[in-house]
Design a protein around this ligand. Structure first.
Ligand code: CO
Ligand code: CO
Ligand code: CO
Length: 361
């Protein structure tokens, strides 16, 4: 052994760095609530460019810009502060989450740019290298490269992507096409916000964070590929506004009514326990409050069950409205493609436009 090396050796660092301790808010739970954003967007002048097929007016997942009669771009960005402790996982989750909005429009990702804020005085540069490595690997899994980006100094780590995708202008799946009779299909379990909050606060005594990371790092690519083979009328992904918040975007844009069967919604079991103990991110409470004007719950549902359905997700699943005669085939094909959590969770019905009813069973 080289004695010179020994001289300068530090005791091995046994306490791993915990990235969530550098963030006051985590993941999509840091998203500004809908009650804050919608009036702001309404104050801006309307978009008049006829090539903008989807803009800000319909609270959709991504913008769509038509280039020619058979080609349009899908444009979206998402970034947030650390939701998990390992930098590599954070990068992978942020990338999967940002890519998801392209899939949620029925598009195919082409390329991406990274958006980075980094506290270079508090954290070693190796942490940023790991975040970027996680994102690059996840992008490669989606078949694309991260081709550039922008990095600023910041008090907390921030990471995300701006993603560009492509789509045929006639095959854009917005939030506006849901029709009475459609079946609601969700492709990932909920409860991610509650579990990541528990982990950040050292209250994840069931060790549920590893399953949550597995769910959050799963691309929605395979689910989208299956769904696009069928007659999908409306499609979105479940992120910061929670299952019911994103469903509300669909019912409002489609001017339809929805019924959700609470006990059919795939849920990470630890999240049920934690929410019953009062663990939930601030964004989840804000979602439930905003949705009070839109959602009616069956009397049998406790406040905790309501919170779970409003839980702010990061890199959640796709929520699809599918023609009812195809629902069984869609579920069958999703499971065969490895989308094991996929479930039918309710339906679109005639009723007061925009509103949602949640039944106990
Ligand atoms: Co989305
Ligand atoms: Co988004
Ligand atoms: Co959509």
């Amino acid at each position: 052994m080289n004695p010179k090396m020994n001289e300068h050796q530090h005791p091995p660092d046994t306490t791993p760095l915990r990235l969530t301790q550098f963030a006051t808010r985590a993941g999509c739970a840091a998203k500004q609530p809908q009650g804050y954003l919608l009036p702001l967007l309404n104050c801006l002048p309307p978009i008049t460019d006829p090539n903008v097929l989807v803009g800000t007016s319909s609270s959709d997942d991504a913008a769509v810009y038509k280039l020619s009669d058979d080609l349009a771009l899908v444009l979206t960005t998402d970034f947030f502060t650390p939701i998990v402790d390992r930098p590599y996982d954070f990068g992978a989750i942020a990338a999967a989450n940002a890519l998801s909005d392209v899939y949620a429009m029925g598009g195919r990702p082409l390329t991406a740019l990274s958006l980075v804020g980094f506290p270079d005085q508090k954290l070693p540069v190796e942490v940023l290298a790991e975040i970027l490595r996680g994102a690059t690997d996840k992008a490669a899994e989606a078949g694309i490269a991260i081709v550039g980006g922008h990095t600023i100094k910041a008090d907390e780590p921030i990471f995300g992507l701006a993603v560009v995708g492509s789509i045929h202008p006639d095959r854009v799946i917005t939030n506006a096409g849901a029709q009475p009779g459609d079946v609601l299909i969700l492709t990932k379990p909920i409860g991610l916000g509650i579990i990541t909050t528990a982990a950040k606060n050292n209250e994840d005594r069931l060790g549920a964070i590893s399953e949550a990371i597995e769910v959050m790092t799963t691309l929605n690519a395979a689910a989208a590929e299956v769904l696009l083979r069928f007659d999908v009328r409306a499609l979105t992904d479940v992120t910061g506004f929670g299952l019911l918040g994103h469903l509300r975007n669909v019912t409002a844009a489609s001017k339809v009514y929805a019924r959700v069967h609470a006990d059919t919604v795939p849920t990470l079991s630890a999240a049920r326990e934690y929410v019953a103990q009062g663990i939930a991110p601030g964004g989840t409470h804000a979602n439930r409050k905003f949705l009070a004007d839109w959602v009616t719950y069956d009397d049998s549902l406790s406040k905790e069950q309501q919170l779970l359905l409003c839980d702010a997700q990061t890199s959640g699943g796709l929520l699809a409205c599918v023609a009812s005669h195809q629902a069984d085939a869609v579920l069958h094909d999703l499971r065969r493609a490895g989308v094991r959590w996929a479930a039918a969770i309710g339906s679109i019905e005639p009723g007061e436009p925009g509103k949602i009813f949640v039944s106990g069973r």
